[in-house]
Design a protein around this ligand. Structure first.
Ligand SMILES: NC(=O)c1ccc[n+]([C@@H]2O[C@H](COP(=O)([O-])OP(=O)(O)OC[C@H]3O[C@@H](n4cnc5c(N)ncnc54)[C@H](OP(=O)(O)O)[C@@H]3O)[C@@H](O)[C@H]2O)c1
Length: 263
């Protein structure tokens, strides 16, 4: 194999584009496909997945779950013994083997911070992959940040805490931004700047504490302003609400798995 493998990305959408841009910036040769013609700086673009597979050492599958069946019927046995990395949430290794016809299959998950090399990505593999295949997958994923290998049963839970969490944190920050302007009277832009800096400082401080709970105790004084706000969050069962949201996201992983079967 060449010094840097050529990578084919089937499904250059939101996450496919982010991964492609990062790989291109790190000197990889990248082929990418969509169902209709498109342009992408630095990429060999195509609508022909068989051509993409032929020209690539490693294939990343980044389509939506509902498109897996159709993709499978168009690439049939084309994947052969090419290394496949699927980043589709919920779709299992055995489904990728069966529906797409992959033999050398890994499943990975990442998030949009891949673009700046700040993502945590995780992967798992089928039994066909050797130590050097795994090392290659690690090298590719590490262009986007830190990489861990986990058991397949942890892939959906990891998706919740990693990929989905970016949106969960953003919604939480947005709710604070809305209150800071609506109830506290700040200009939304100024509020956003204060919130981001306070959040950064909080994250840095939190890394030197064993638990987040310690931070809560350190900042709140019984009967003080923080305590008054925390009481409302407790009464509204913030912990229960977050637990429900994480549970719902996890359950959706199973549903996505069956969508890949039905489409
Ligand atoms: N968004 C995230 O943050 C994120 C993070 C990690 C993992 N994921 C996973 O990544 C997958 C894609 O998510 P997304 O948000 O990037 O979706 P998206 O923006 O809809 O991208 C999917 C892409 O797949 C293309 N596509 C569909 N069928 C195709 C085919 N047969 N051949 C070639 N291209 C095909 C679509 O283009 P055309 O319609 O033009 O064909 C589209 O560009 C999902 O399975 C999701 O679970 C997403």
């Amino acid at each position: 194999m060449k010094a840097k493998s050529s990578i084919g990305i089937i499904g250059v959408g939101t996450i496919g584009s982010i991964i492609a841009e990062r790989l291109i910036s790190k000197g990889y040769t990248v082929y990418g496909s969509r169902r209709s013609k498109f342009k992408f700086s630095g990429m060999h673009t195509t609508t022909d997945n068989r051509m993409l597979i032929k020209n690539s050492d490693i294939i990343i599958i980044a389509t939506k779950q509902k498109d897996v069946k159709e993709l499978g019927s168009s690439i049939n046995s084309a994947l052969g013994r090419k290394l496949v990395i699927s980043i589709m949430a919920g779709v299992s290794i055995s489904q990728i083997e069966r529906i797409l016809g992959g033999k050398m299959v890994s499943r990975a998950m990442t998030n949009i911070a891949f673009s700046d090399g700040r993502a945590i990505s995780a992967f798992c593999c089928n039994k066909m992959l050797s130590k050097s295949d795994k090392a290659l997958i690690k090298t590719i994923l590490s262009t986007g940040g830190e990489v861990i290998e986990i058991e397949e049963k942890l892939m959906d839970p990891f998706t919740v805490i990693d990929s989905c969490a970016v949106a969960f944190y953003s919604m939480l920050l947005n709710s604070i931004n809305v209150s800071a302007s609506k109830t506290l009277g700040f200009d939304p832009k100024l509020a956003k700047w204060i919130i981001l800096n306070t959040m950064r400082a909080t994250l840095e401080k939190a890394s030197s504490h064993d638990t987040f709970e310690e931070m809560i105790h350190q900042v709140s004084t019984k009967g003080g302003m923080t305590d008054a706000g925390l009481n409302v969050l407790k009464e509204g069962d913030l912990y229960g609400l977050v637990d429900k949201a994480y549970g719902a996201a996890l359950k959706r992983g199973l549903e996505l798995s069956s969508i890949a079967e039905q489409s």
